[in-house]
Each structure stands twice: as C-alpha cells, then as structure tokens.
Write a protein that binds this ligand. Structure first.
Ligand code: SAM
Length: 282
C-alpha cells in the first residue's frame, strides 16, 4: 500500500468545512523543505484528518513516507458515495429550477426539497447538501436540524468528480487523538499534523464524541512533541497559550517553543474573515 502515489488535490473532492485548501502552498513548502529523500523513514500522521487533504498532499509529495490519515468523521464514506450525491444533486436541481439563485426558498419549494431528500434511496451527504441549501458556510449535524433553517438556492451547478486515487498509498485510521498519538511518539522522524477543531467555536459539522474544549486542547498539547505542524486562527487561543508557557512553564516551552509561524487571512464568507496560522517545529 505504501508504494502507491495519490493524485495531488488542491481541494477536498466534496465540501468540508475547515479544510486547509488555502494553506496548501505553505504546507507543501514546509514539508518538502524539512523532509528529504521523498520521506524515506518518515511517518506522517494527519491526526485531525478532516477531508484528508493534507494527508493526500503529504503522500503525493513525500511518497516514501508512511502517511496515516485519521478519518474521525468517516469522510471516506462520503467519497465512496459521490455517485449518490451526484444523483441527489440532479433531483434537487430539478426542484430548484424555477427558484432564483441566491434567494430564499418558498415554503412550497422547501417542502418539495424535504420530500425528495427523505425519500431518496441512497446515501445522503449532509455536509454537501447543506452547501446547496444554506447560507454560505452554515453547517448542521442532522437532517432534522437542516429543516429548521431558512433555505436558499445555492445549489452547485456541476457534478462532483470522483475521488479516484485520493487516498492511494495512505493508511486510514479512525480514533481519537488521545489514543492515536501515544502509539507514535518518541521518534524524531514522526511528524504530527495537528489541525484540531477550534476551541470556542461552533463545531456542528464535525463528528464529535465530546466538544473539543479546553481540556481536550490541554491533553493535545501534552501529547504533542516536535516535529509538528499545527494550525490555529484568531478564533483559537493557540498562540496565546504558547505565550503563556513561554512565561510560566519552562518545560512545556522547551518542548513546543522556538517554532516558526506562517500567517494568512482567509474568508469564511463575504462578511467574516480571520487570520489563520501554521505553526511548525522540526
Ligand atoms: C479543522 S478540522 C480538520 C481539517 C483538515 N485539516 C482538512 O484540511 O480537511 C478538525 C477535525 O478534527 C476532528 N476531531 C474532532 N475531535 C477529534 C478527536 N478527539 N480526535 C481526532 N479528531 C477529532 C473533527 O471531526 C474534524 O474532522
């Protein structure tokens, strides 16, 4: 399995909130600068894999590395069912054909959408469906929750491409970071890629056994050791936490400190923007 090389993707094959598509340029540059010989001898673990986009890029660029994608949300089942998603897209495009794009759906049209989705005889990809019907960036955890929202016609105009080869050569796991990370510690050739849910934000689009809050964050910091690449934004407090340990916790600073940071601004939608950071230490 390790010998296969996946096709390189610039974005996740189907919508995934929080995917790091805007950070790929910096991510690619940092991993190829710090890891040589095609990744020979390295293990790279995308601990909070989400859409698997970072694992896909890592394996493509460093094909000799053993890359692990931790699929906590079972995103891979969404990819296996792209054909159903495309089928549902055709059915809903028909329902929406007389509704103006970007405009709120009438009660009647909303009822027809609901009827089509609830009687659909295939896989319903809730995250993708939300992007066709909800205001930009909004996500829900259940179909029931979806029906509570005001809906708009933001349906996608083209079919999704298949995701053939996306995970070629990549090992897929599904477990919490708390059990996964201890299995791979104590090697200076094990790179942790850490893109956890942001503390203090709505995490409705993700599969969560428990809300990723302060205690989870502290456990993660405890399990983290270099080499690592971590992502954070103005909405998370990672950089403030690192400032805190610099002042008050010399041991933790010794382990995690003296990192590099690459920052950039991203848009959630046309109203909200925030600064994202990639923090890394090799
Ligand atoms: C910000 S997203 C990662 C996005 C990913 N880097 C990408 O480019 O698509 C955070 C992910 O962490 C997952 N997650 C939440 N709690 C977790 C846990 N305890 N262990 C592992 N993953 C978890 C979420 O379900 C979500 O998929």
């Amino acid at each position: 399995m390790d010998n296969q090389i996946p096709k390189l993707y610039n974005k996740a094959p189907t919508p995934f909130v929080g995917q790091k598509r805007n950070f790929l340029k910096a991510f690619r540059q940092v991993i190829t600068e710090h890891i040589s010989d095609g990744g020979e001898g390295w293990t790279i673990i995308d601990v909070f894999g989400g859409s698997g986009l970072l694992a896909n890029n890592a394996k493509h660029l460093l094909p000799k590395a053993h890359v692990i994608y931790n699929d906590f949300d079972d995103y891979s089942s969404r990819l296996r069912n792209i054909a159903d998603t495309n089928r549902l897209l055709i059915l809903l495009t028909e329902v929406l054909k007389d509704s103006q794009r970007g405009k709120k759906l009438s009660v009647e049209v909303k009822a027809r959408i609901k009827a089509v989705v609830t009687s659909f005889n295939g896989f319903v990809d809730l995250q993708t469906l939300s992007t066709w019907l909800l205001f930009s960036g909004k996500q829900v955890s259940t179909l029931d929750e979806l029906w509570q929202h005001t809906m708009y016609n933001t349906i996608r105009r083209t079919q999704y491409q298949g995701a053939d080869g996306y995970f070629d050569g990549i090992e897929i796991t599904c477990e919490s970071f708390e059990s996964l990370m201890p299995k791979h510690q104590d090697s200076d050739k094990t790179l942790f890629i850490l893109d956890p849910p942001y503390v203090s934000t709505k995490q409705g689009a993700y599969a969560l056994d428990e809300y990723f809050g302060m205690v989870q964050f502290l456990k993660l910091m405890n399990l983290t050791s270099p080499p690592y690449i971590m992502f954070s934004s103005t909405r998370s407090e990672l950089l403030s936490y690192l400032d805190y340990i610099k002042e008050f916790d010399a041991k933790a600073w010794d382990k995690l400190g003296n990192y590099d940071v690459i920052s950039q601004t991203s848009n959630i939608n046309n109203k909200a923007r925030y600064v994202d950071n990639m923090i890394y230490k090799f």
